[in-house]
Design a protein around this ligand. Sequence first.
Ligand SMILES: [Fe+2]
Length: 511
Amino acid sequence: MAHAEQDLMARLRGPHAPHLLGLGTAGAPDHGASLTAHDAKELYFGLLHAQPDAVMLAQARDFLSRQMAAAAHTDADLPSDMSDLALWMKSNSAAVGRQYRDYLAHRRNGGPRRYFQTKSHALYFLKAVAPTKLVDGAWLYGVVPQWRDARYAELIRIYLEELGDGDPGRNHVLLYKALLASHECRQWEALDASHFVQGAIQLSLAQHTEELVPEVIGFNLGYEQLPLHLLICAYELNELGIDPYYFTLHVTIDNAASGHAARAAQSVLDALPHLGDQEAFYRRVRDGYRLNAMGKGTLEVIAGFDLERELLAMLATKAPVGASLHSDSCRIGGRTVNEWLSTPGQMRDFVNALEKAGWIRRHEPPENSRFWALLTGDKGPMFGVFNAYERQLIHDWIAGDSLSASSLASDPYRNRERSSAAWRKRANACPGPEFGEELRFTDDGPRSSGFAALLPPDDVREETRLLRDTLAKAKNRAAAMDLLVPWLSPVHHHTPAGLLATRLFNQALRA
Ligand SMILES: [Fe+2]
């Protein structure tokens, strides 16, 4: 074990020492069972769907320790002197800008897309990164209870912006949910555990912020920098007819001048201990920064797509349902369709047989294939069997070489490109949030008229009723804000009550 790693492990597991800032230490409790990346999925759902119990919290802490130990091997490209952070950030941002300009020039000169060969490739990407995107911002939740402390004001502001300040049209998790839904990218829950590592890290940080403030700040610093892949993803998604708003939104809010990137750098300096060991603090910021490299990165996810493998896996999941629904007169390659579908592991041979029998004409427009006609058109006998994402897989696999993206001029998706403004026009046609709630306080507490206005009297949703009951206990603004905090958690913030709580918290914070 390298010295640096030994040092880190000692700090992660060593005896708890008091911290001058009262931030605790990075020591991990020893509770027996240890979590590895393998268990990330169980931890992810455990932290996301329930109020975690002591065992779950201990598992999350142990998981973080192990991820930090593993991350110690990775490079943290942060400047050695933290006073150079602003310069470092601007230099990174300028380099990304140059690389993106080169990319655009390459595309203008007829170069192919760099990331997504087909639309199904792009949709696969959206699905494969869903576990991370659906907890967007979670790592900052743990600072929200510290709203009285001015050192965390920037971090809390970033978190509230991740939540869209309670506006469902700007809440990042809801935006991503809507994106997945619009393309019927379902079953992301079935992804293997490696896809949940980054999300489990973020949710675990949210639960252990009190003792891991420097690490949370370091993680945030890394996460909020503008990466080149974000720009290219947005460009190519748009080109493939997929609303890039979730990605373009992050391009604008992560800007190095005044956006999350700049504020993330400032938050390091804001939280710097004046009486404690600043170097030790910054080392821990770097440990947290390195956690960004854990789990599957964007480029790794994109490179992991194999159209045929994804197609066959999708067909295999459908097979048990279809195995008894076809007539025995449906025969392909000498076997009934029901026989093909009821024999596990036969999907590759089955699609080969379909191709051989002329039902599928590969590397031609799918409209030339009889099999495609079965699935599409409202009179097709298999209409509705496959959802939009699944149909796209089938479409792109059949089309094969005819979908060559080698030239923009021949790119069949090109005519679907639209400007961000056009996407927004469509999105803006959707019903917006209901605003107008106002939380007003007197010295003695919130006025009852304020509560009457903020929740419709005929609203019988359990969530909003619970929120109303909770707020009724508040004696003053500070007490109300403390009571609202749990509703801003990654579990709740995107629900109706969570959005309302976020708006109220935001309003009270600015009051
Ligand atoms: Fe976000």
